[in-house]
Design a protein. Structure first.
Length: 210
């Protein structure tokens, strides 16, 4: 064996709160990589419930990379939550029916912000909210109770509301090396063989890998 199968719903039967998201997704507009998990002791198998205002007619997608760790209480607020702001009222009359459909806006009138993208090896803490159109870079850490409403650089640590970078995990040279290394794209055997380097605080070990 070279690690758990990425096709399992619960990779470790003794920890049912940990669920590989990819294997529970039903919406084609949510694309998740292998080994990315959602941890929730109450309902780990329904990550989709935490992706809100995600309507097919809007057409936006949520992309989450491989090997991400997502804690309970996270919410991805998609573009369907956005209302017109340049009109007298922001109220969405059209969705209530009863003839109010005549006020349905054109798509270009809505403040749509595009797809939401989470990179690889990202750790998202408990009760984090990620707003539509946000991009979180590879290797980033988002602190608990934060609200992400923009771009978070790779291998940064970001916290707060609005979420702001408080420090970088590594120096610039190491970040460039890791982004080029893309260890998350290795096959299972290579990851298994290099677990010591991947889990070591001694960065020199990973830099010896070609």
């Amino acid at each position: 064996m070279h690690g758990p199968t990425p096709n399992a719903v619960h990779p470790n039967e003794h920890i049912p709160s940990v669920c590989y998201i990819k294997n529970t997704i039903t919406r084609p507009s949510i694309i998740v990589g292998d080994y990315t998990y959602y941890d929730d002791p109450v309902d780990s198998e329904h990550f989709e419930n935490h992706v809100t205002h995600h309507y097919d007619f809007v057409g936006d997608k949520l992309f989450i990379g491989k090997f991400c760790a997502i804690a309970r209480g996270v919410e991805f607020v998609m573009n369907g939550a956005n209302h017109r702001m340049n009109s007298v009222s922001t109220y969405p009359f059209n969705i209530m029916g009863g003839g109010w459909e005549k006020s349905t806006p054109e798509m270009e009138e809505l403040p749509l912000k595009g797809d939401t993208v989470v990179g690889n090896d990202v750790w998202i803490g408990q009760n984090v909210t990620v707003m539509a159109g946000s991009h979180i870079g590879d290797g980033a850490i988002i602190g608990a109770n934060s609200t992400v409403a923009g771009d978070i650089p790779p291998y940064s640590v970001a916290v707060g509301n609005p979420c702001r970078v408080v420090k970088m995990r590594f120096d610039e040279e190491t970040v460039k090396y890791l982004l080029n290394l893309k260890w998350w794209d290795w096959d299972a055997e290579k990851i298994f063989e290099n677990l010591e380097a991947l889990t070591s605080a001694d960065i020199a070990k990973i830099k010896r890998i070609i």
